[in-house]
Design a protein around this ligand. Structure first.
Ligand SMILES: [Zn+2]
Length: 134
């Protein structure tokens, strides 16, 4: 049972453990707070990884177009991305920039950045600005 008062919530959750020895009661309390913290963290992260439908469609377009791109790392942060026409772009994954300028202007990975993100097995949503997230 959850109430707005943390003491009431703890009392309700620990009702069965109240008659146990103090060390077991403390362990129950610790595991209860750990479980709440885990659930709250997961809920917060799940909320932050959702993006709007329009953003999702644009990212999917980037993912489809990146399949034609070749990625050459300069270092773990900076990459050269060559498109199907042979044009080169430079993506800085740390600064969230690309020489096509879409990454920094849209605050969302362009196709070149998506290619780098996919190559490094990173989360594409982590590179979207918060205002795209629901
Ligand atoms: Zn780009």
């Amino acid at each position: 049972m959850m109430t707005s008062n943390i003491a009431e919530s703890l009392n309700a959750a620990l009702k069965a453990a109240r008659n146990l020895p103090i060390d077991i009661l403390v362990e129950c309390l610790r595991s209860l707070v750990q479980k709440w913290d885990w659930n709250n963290s997961n809920n917060a992260n799940r909320t932050l990884t959702k993006v709007s439908t329009t953003t999702e469609n644009e990212l999917r377009h980037g993912i489809i177009s990146k399949m034609k791109y070749k990625v050459f790392p300069f270092n773990p942060i900076k990459y050269q991305v060559r498109d199907e026409k042979g044009t080169n772009f430079t993506v800085n994954i740390h600064n969230k920039t690309c020489t096509c300028n879409r990454f920094q202007e849209d605050k969302m990975p362009c196709g070149h950045a998506v290619a780098v993100i996919a190559k490094r097995n990173l989360g594409v949503y982590d590179y979207c600005a918060k205002f795209y997230k629901t």
